[in-house]
Design a protein around this ligand. Sequence first.
Ligand code: C2E
Ligand code: MG
Ligand code: MG
Length: 743
Amino acid sequence: MTAKRTVPYAISGAGTGTTPTKTRTAATRTPPAGPSAKQGDVPPADMSPLIDGLLDAAWLVEPQTLRVLAANAQAAALMGIDVPSLCRTDALALAATPQDVAFWEAARSGVMDVADVQTVLSGSDGKLVPVLRRVTRINPGALSDSRHGVYLVVMRDRGPELRAQAELEERLSELRATLDSTTDGILVLDLDGRIVNFNPRFAALWELPEALLAERDDAAVAAWMLRRVADPVTYSKRLQGLAESSALEGTDLLTLRNGRVFERRTLPQRNRGQTIGRVFAFRDVTESHAESHRSPPSSSNDALTGLPSRQLVADRLDYALALAQREGIAFALLHLNLDRFKPINEALGPAAGDRLLVEVARRLTTTSRQVDTVSRLGDDEFLMLLHQADMQRAEGAARRVVEALQAPFVVDGVNLTVTASIGIALYPGDGNTPEELLHAADAAMVDMKAAGGGGFRLHHQRAGATVVTLRTRMKLDQSMRQALAAGRFRLHYQPQVDLKSGEIVGAEALIRWRDPELGDVSPTEFISVAERSGFIVAIGAWVLQQAVQQAAVWRAQGRQLLMSINVSALQFQQADFVDSVARALAEAGLEPQWLELELTESILVQDAQEALHRLQALAELGVKLAIDDFGTGYSSLAYLKRFPISRLKIDRSFIKGLPEDEVDVGIVNAIVNLGKALHLDMVAEGVETEAQRVFMLKTGCTQYQGGLCAPALDALSFDALLDRGPDFEQDLPDTGDWIESSS
Ligand code: C2E
Ligand code: MG
Ligand code: MG
């Protein structure tokens, strides 16, 4: 008969604390021991000679009781627990992850896989000890009283390896920080011309669009750079030369189409004497270059056309933006680039080209109002700044420009047709800084050109433009601040259901944000941004106050509902956090036992002593405490015992595969057993099917939340659901939302 694996223990993939380093080599099963084989009752023979000679840390474990029968000195040193104390404990007490608990419970029932596993043990004082571990069954013969042998557990300390790794990462991040802080733009290519690395300054100098940065498409970046330089032919030739002679180094100047001048230093990148790539350092030397080449003394006007210069329009743009932000006035930027100017210039000669540009400048000026600025950025690039212009006005102006250019140009007796590509950026909407707005107008212009030229395009009409440019971290943070001020956040409530009675016993408050520009933004996306920027503290305060008020409303209606809110680490660590909870309760007049705070495992592990203090203060206040997403982080079981926790929320990643997935079955059982042993309530998260609900009910878990009952609903829909009673499964209101979180 072949052995059947009921509870595997080695799990790969994200979110689990235990990772196998080898595939399983064998699965063996020993029949469970009969009643006479109660090993725990018999004092074990001294088996320490079996392991004392090993170089690695080792214990022997009794298969039925999981008692540690012997441990060597290396094991004592590794765990920080002396040998006699180790021998008074059992393997379960030393486990620190639900996966390990599942493993040992399986081992106790006779199911044992042999594999090397990276895991974490709970050492002295609950200290986490990372190890590589192998468990095998051995038969010590006369030394053991057991007919079924004993488990030999051999462990290697992963601490030094992890510390070395962390040190390396730290050094790399220091290096990266140094690279990031230089004022030069750095680009590193390998010998095949593939991008190995670049710093943010490089991206900024070359005005690389967000989309390119996100994609890391080397060819697209190269094409973008080629498009930006004024003389692509020479630029390409030089690159070709560098590719052919990997040892070349030197410095040259690059002029960009927008008038900027970069100094480019190139160096071979060497490793142990071998050239492995090439480093480019770019520095913007426009000002110093202009200083030494400037012919007309005036810097505020373009020498050729007499139009305001780049510098002047930049100043006016700053002014327009400041005014717009203060007074809420819209304005627009039109970035204009002539189509096919280069061939015309080459055919007629630069003097004729200049005359054409002067005429273009004159016509542009005739289309604009006194208050607007028309400026020349360089070569055949122009920028128009339109005050008090919304989308319609900007489009009107662009149309007038297109019309103004339609009449043929006569240069040196030659009739010419000239068209232009125009990109339009609007404030508000397409950026919050001059750079972002210029960028947006430029990107729209490039799009227009790619579409054949001879027309205009609005930045926000570009495919994916808002998503790509606005959802950057900084933008998201800014938009979030505006959303909070403008009252755009909402709370929705997901029912928590008693598994036995089907009654709704609680609600988890989940934040929702529909932004006029960004649309629905998922909390998984913006909460992490807010956590990094610190804005989570403000959001968290709003959620607390809002949720507590709603809970008070429900209490006033006589409903018995526990309100759960999510608390981020940074919010929890605020010195006045406990006070703020007490204040919110007092203001709403809610009794504390109707509020529950959901904390993550990482909060408890980070600064355990401080966390314990704070949790005790909260518990004294009378609010309940839950651990959210349980099983996805490391929890020291010792901590769990010490903290005044009342509920575990089993992460939905474990519920997903129920009831078929054996790994999930093992973990969920282990978590539920753990919860029972610690007398905790448990909520299964993300229960979507009846089979999952039935499974969870059978394990002895107490509550669930998830799609099977309802998604998070606005307060009115929640009320409607409550009024319908436990028979809610049919036709759910579709006012609820469903934001799939990616984590
Ligand atoms: P969480 O606290 O674990 O919340 C549960 C998440 O699972 C919610 O996603 C919920 O909508 C989703 N969910 C519940 N049942 C099901 C189901 O049956 N199927 C599926 N596919 N999903 C289900 P949501 O609302 O996107 O929230 C994601 C995370 O964002 C939350 O995870 C929480 O960590 C965080 N979050 C949400 N609101 C707040 C808040 O007000 N403050 C803080 N600090 N974090 C919040
Ligand atoms: Mg939660
Ligand atoms: Mg959760």
